[in-house]
Design a binder for this molecule. Structure first.
Ligand SMILES: *Cc1c(COP(=O)(O)O)cnc(C)c1O
Length: 463
């Protein structure tokens, strides 16, 4: 299995190389050269298997010669052992024909744990084989940073530094980053905004001497290994509601397009997916693009579903690559226009291809809040605001007899203020992390200054 860039100009890599590289050298994103496909019998055989076994069968064809069967099985077992639910991704019914896939039973209560936990294990395996060490630096507005810290804490060959904007993340999010005691974990509270954190991170990647010296690596949502890990729960959910004997639809609360793109890959592999529905909050660049054919930046409007507050949806480039018949030069040109003009028009043919694959819906702030209130009354489910965006759009797209599965991307306790405002109930943390507010915090306050940050990372990383 080989991986190629969506812009067609970067070296072709193995799975392991693509995973450790992240972004391709031509600025593109890595995708598999061919998608392995499963027969109806192979899909039917997944029904009822443990999550870990399905994960192995779905992921193994993609890893090629990078990992042996035994290595991948071991990594999967370690990745999901710490989840708070034996099913890992349990399915509950909301309504006739509408199901909720709970992806929030991991260590940081958001679906990002599914991908981050396994890539922590895979990074460690790949680095140990090559006798290499790396330094992971990430910028976060909350969920990604805590998921990365949980995934890499205590690993021998990795040091992890997470930059978050001081005073601008929720207390639960901050404590998830500052309470791990392992010496390879460093939570850095930067004096500035999330954009400042991201800009200093970009500066570090562009400072090649520093980058090479510390072995800088990223784990943001464009990493192919993250997308792959997310393909698995489409298979477990679909077979639980009757695939491959009947079709299934999915609705996905979307920001950077990683999670829903994993659904597209599942469909390409042979899973009979009828509708793949994009649900956005008021940051609706994807919904506007599918509706109008123009992909246009429009500033970020802060919302009560902050993990979907994006201006550009980075993984959408992968969807464009397929819509343009895998024409890397065409994608490169669009991305260039986006950079220089702030937007681009999708060609008629590509727009038609996108509309054949995806539908979309947008949810306002009031509707999000209202959905949290109403869903609690109707089905007893307490939704986080992101999941509420999904449920609202998912409910509007239920088309009997095809079951709809909406992805619940975070636990309500991760966003207690919005949930309390909508329902009067302040959701509590699950028992396994009930002592989060008593644990000692360890955090370094840092200035918004590249040289100071680089010096700190140099000094703290293990050599
Ligand atoms: C990251 C995140 C999303 C958006 O996922 P993408 O893969 O970026 O589309 C939705 N909900 C929650 C809770 C998240 O943390």
């Amino acid at each position: 299995m080989r991986y190629i860039s969506t812009r067609g100009q970067a070296p072709v890599l193995t799975f392991g190389e693509a995973m450790l590289t992240g972004l391709a050298r031509d600025g593109g994103l890595y995708v598999p050269q061919t998608i392995p496909s499963f027969s109806a019998e192979e899909i039917a055989a997944l029904a009822g298997l443990p999550y870990e076994e399905v994960a192995f069968r779905v992921m193994f064809p993609f890893v090629g010669e990078t990992f042996t069967e035994e290595e991948l099985r071991g990594a999967i077992a370690r990745a999901y052992a710490g989840f708070g639910h034996l099913a890992r991704a349990p399915l509950v019914q909301l309504d006739a024909g509408h199901f909720l896939l709970e992806l929030f039973h991991g260590p940081t209560l958001a679906f990002k744990d599914f991908a981050m936990q396994i890539i922590g294990q895979l990074f460690q395996l790949a680095l140990a084989k090559e006798g290499k060490r790396i330094t992971i630096v990430g910028a976060t507005s909350g969920d990604t940073g805590s998921a990365a810290i949980e995934a890499f804490r205590g690993l021998d060959n990795v040091d992890v530094f997470i930059l978050f904007p001081h005073g601008r993340v929720s207390e639960v999010q901050r404590r998830q980053m500052t309470t791990p005691a392992e010496e390879n974990v460093h939570a850095l509270a930067l004096d500035g905004t999330f954009d400042d954190c991201q800009n200093r991170l970009k500066d570090m990647f562009n400072h090649f001497d520093f980058r090479d010296e510390v072995g800088l690596a990223g784990v943001n949502s464009i990493n192919w290994a993250r997308v792959l890990a997310q393909v698995v729960y489409y298979f477990t959910a679909a077979t639980a509601v009757g695939a491959p004997h009947r079709k299934v639809s999915f609705t996905v609360p979307t920001g950077n397009f990683g999670d829903i793109f994993a659904g597209f890959i599942a469909k390409e592999m042979g899973l009979p997916i009828e509708q793949l529905v994009i649900a956005t909050n008021q940051n609706d660049i994807l919904h506007r693009c599918l509706t109008t054919g123009r992909y246009e930046m429009d500033g970020v409007k802060p919302s009560i579903s902050p993990s979907m507050d994006i201006q550009i949806s980075s993984n959408f480039e992968r969807a464009l690559f397929w819509a343009y018949g895998k024409d890397g030069a065409a994608v490169a040109q669009l991305m260039d226009e986006l950079k220089t003009k702030g937007g681009f028009a999708v060609s008629q043919g590509a727009l038609q291809a996108l509309r054949e694959t995806y539908v979309s819906g947008r949810v306002s702030e009031e509707e999000t809040s209202q959905t949290i209130t109403e869903e609690l009354k109707r089905s007893g489910e307490l939704l986080c605001p992101h999941s509420a965006v999904g449920v609202r759009v998912g409910a509007a797209h239920v088309a009997a007899p095809v079951p709809m599965v909406t992805l619940a991307t975070a636990h309500p306790a991760k966003f207690p203020d919005a949930v309390e405002a909508a329902t009067g109930i302040r959701p509590g943390l699950p028992p396994r992390m009930a002592d989060l507010f008593e644990r000692a915090e360890r955090v370094t306050r840092v200035p918004n200054d590249l040289a100071a940050l680089e010096a700190l990372i140099q000094e703290r990383r293990r050599k």
